[in-house]
Write a protein that binds this ligand. Structure first.
Ligand SMILES: *Cc1c(COP(=O)(O)O)cnc(C)c1O
Length: 420
């Protein structure tokens, strides 16, 4: 075979096996050209919600291409974007009345950060410090890496990153410590924004914290005039059991970022929702106060049409029921490992389940991820552990029997990894 020119994401080409070619997707499955089926237990990096090639979304894409392709979104608008924006405002937590469209989760966060700085500057109270949570992940651009956890993944780029203030992760029993930090860092009224992944820190290891902590963070930010940015890029569209995770805390942030499941995972699209106050801060006869941001593919009509179809699915189909059934199945299967000595921190929220493998041999950790990935692939299962954290985040069409297959394999893998 001729050498591929492709450079894959988060891939060490010197060590890792050649990527598996996929020729077709359907429901919860990926299929190789020779017909091998692989169960997509991580929703293709957390984007696929209803299932691959969900007919209603695919049909909407096909229909949209009969009339539109990309059009410039400055000075022009179109039906799919207008419909999507109204729907998002109606579905999102109260008060998020403005919608800025872009094309990736990282970009939606960059947009949120820029909105926050613009808000303070334009209202005559320039603030620029951003408060972030330990172990967070917000994307891989320089700006989003700056507000995320530092480590081996971004050490090379650290010289370009901006400084932030970090609050500790609200681990069980230490929630007050987190809140005290928020309080201390916002008291002088100089922090521009607090950015959080609501309820679950995804790439940081599926770390879950209680909704009341988020509610308290909201209270403190409100009192100190600090904006709250909720990065719902992963948590949105049912992942945590509710449409948006913020709902469980009964809060509305000032800025909310959504992407991944926005189009059901079919096409790249992102939205940053903001309050009227944030929008109004940029409203002026002074052009210098304009919100200066754009990507070439902002509000791509085909992607917007896919998102409108997704919104329609949430409106017309029993998605909430599917999500709650899946959540229950996940919890049932996790309970089997609750006091299993091979695992620690057995946890779940909504459709997400995670457990830490207690690896016996030190140094095994470095290889655990790739070794486990290979083990699962041999069994036709796509799982991608984060170090020793095994997590299951499937599309909502997965069946109870398919989950059984997955958890049986996790059971087997644990014996292998823990050296039994
Ligand atoms: C995936 C993710 C992002 C980045 O989204 P991309 O589309 O990959 O740029 C940002 N925030 C969170 C919480 C994510 O999980």
């Amino acid at each position: 075979m001729t050498r591929s020119a492709l450079w894959h994401p988060f891939t060490q080409h010197a060590i890792e096996p050649a990527p598996i070619r996929i020729g077709r997707t359907q429901g919860a499955y990926l299929e190789t050209p020779d017909g091998k089926r692989i169960l997509d237990a991580i929703s293709s990096w957390w984007v696929i919600t209803h299932g691959h090639r969900y007919p209603r979304i695919i049909d909407a894409v096909r229909t949209a291409t009969q009339t539109l392709d990309q059009i410039i979104f400055a000075g022009l608008t179109h039906e799919p974007a207008e419909t999507l924006a109204s729907a998002l405002v109606a579905m999102a937590p109260q008060g998020l009345d403005r919608v800025f469209l872009s094309d990736s989760g990282s970009t939606s966060v960059e947009v949120g950060l820029k909105m926050a700085l613009g808000f303070h500057r334009n209202t005559g109270d320039p603030r620029s410090r951003i408060i972030v949570m330990e172990h967070s992940y917000h994307g891989d651009t320089i700006g989003t890496m700056s507000v995320g956890a530092r480590g081996v993944f971004n050490a090379a780029y650290a010289p370009l990153m901006f400084a932030v203030d970090t609050i500790p992760f609200p681990a069980a029993g230490r929630e007050q410590e987190t809140l005290d930090h928020v309080e201390a860092l916002t008291r002088d009224g100089r922090a521009a924004a607090v950015i959080v992944e609501p309820l679950v820190l995804g790439a940081g290891g599926m770390l879950i914290y209680p909704a009341w902590v988020l509610a308290e963070i909201r209270r403190i930010t409100e009192r100190t005039g600090t904006l709250l940015i909720a990065d719902e890029v992963m948590t949105g569209w049912g992942r945590t059991g509710t449409l948006f995770a913020c709902e469980q805390a009964g809060i509305a942030p000032d800025i909310l970022c959504t992407s991944k499941g926005l189009t059901g995972g079919v096409l790249p699209l992102a939205a940053t929702l903001a309050t009227e106050a944030v929008f109004e801060a940029h409203l002026s006869t002074d052009r210098a106060k304009t919100f200066f941001h754009s990507s070439s593919y902002t509000a791509n009509p085909i992607a917007c049409a896919a998102a409108v179809a997704n919104v329609g699915i949430w409106r017309d189909e029993p998605v909430a029921e599917r999500v709650s059934a899946l959540s229950r199945w996940q919890a049932e299967r996790l309970s089997r490992f609750a006091s299993d000595p091979r695992f620690a921190n057995v946890r779940g929220i909504g459709t997400i389940a995670a457990l830490d493998l207690r690896v016996r041999t030190p140094g095994y950790l470095a290889e655990a991820g790739p070794a486990l990935r290979a083990f699962f692939l041999e069994r036709g299962l796509l799982l991608r552990p984060l170090g020793n954290v095994i997590y299951v985040m499937p599309p909502y069409c997965i069946t109870s029997a398919e989950l059984d297959r997955l958890y049986d394999a996790i059971d087997e893998a644990a014996d292998l990894a823990c050296g039994r």
